[in-house]
Design a protein around this ligand. Structure first.
Ligand SMILES: [Ca+2]
Length: 190
């Protein structure tokens, strides 16, 4: 088989997949527990770093005051308006509603140590009631700056036009982290 025939075969398979996905979409039911998602105040917290997108702050995610909506373990604590995360600790965010129009997450942070790494996971609830935790990103920054743009992933589980509540879990690996100002990007509401 020539390269072009291989390419055509691959494109054909991809096209068939895309077609079946498109056929499935109109009948797609939400895989996760649906929720209302009221309009939120939007800001451009990363504008001076070249990211002009509008973002909404997760409840309690400025860490200026303790929030009962956040779950902290392993010594995670608020310090000087930031969230301090020792190695082995976890912080689980307040719930935030997301849908197809809330595709990304971003925050400020820095880690200390030889190879600082902070894992980010998303938690969502299936319509069966089961909560699922899915790793979605990692920040390896040693200097205080915006995190990489992290894909929420679970925002595509509600049916189109619907929303679900997710939580984000921050867990440093073998390093101490500080984070602040955790946002999701509702790009379709700008
Ligand atoms: Ca703060």
């Amino acid at each position: 088989m020539t390269l072009s025939r291989l390419t055509r075969a691959a494109l054909g398979a991809a096209g068939a997949l895309a077609a079946s996905a498109a056929l499935a979409l109109p009948a797609q039911a939400s895989l996760v527990v649906p929720t209302e998602c009221p309009a939120a105040e939007l800001t451009q917290p990363f504008a001076q770093w070249g990211d002009q997108n509008n973002y909404k702050l997760i409840d309690g995610a400025s860490f200026e005051a303790a929030s009962e909506s956040w779950r902290l373990t392993g010594g995670a604590t608020l310090r000087d308006g930031r969230l301090s995360l020792p190695a082995g600790s976890t912080a689980t965010s307040a719930p935030v509603c997301v849908g197809h129009g809330e595709p990304t997450l971003r925050f400020f942070g820095a880690g200390t140590g030889l190879a600082p790494a902070l894992t980010v996971s998303v938690q969502f609830q299936l319509i069966t009631g089961t909560w699922v935790t899915l790793p979605v990103g990692v920040d390896t920054g040693a200097a205080w700056k915006p995190s990489p743009v992290v894909n929420v992933v679970a925002n595509y589980l509600p049916a189109p036009g619907e929303y679900t509540n997710v939580r984000f879990v921050f867990a440093p690996l073998l390093s101490h982290w500080e984070i602040d100002d955790v946002y999701v990007d509702p790009w379709n509401r700008a």
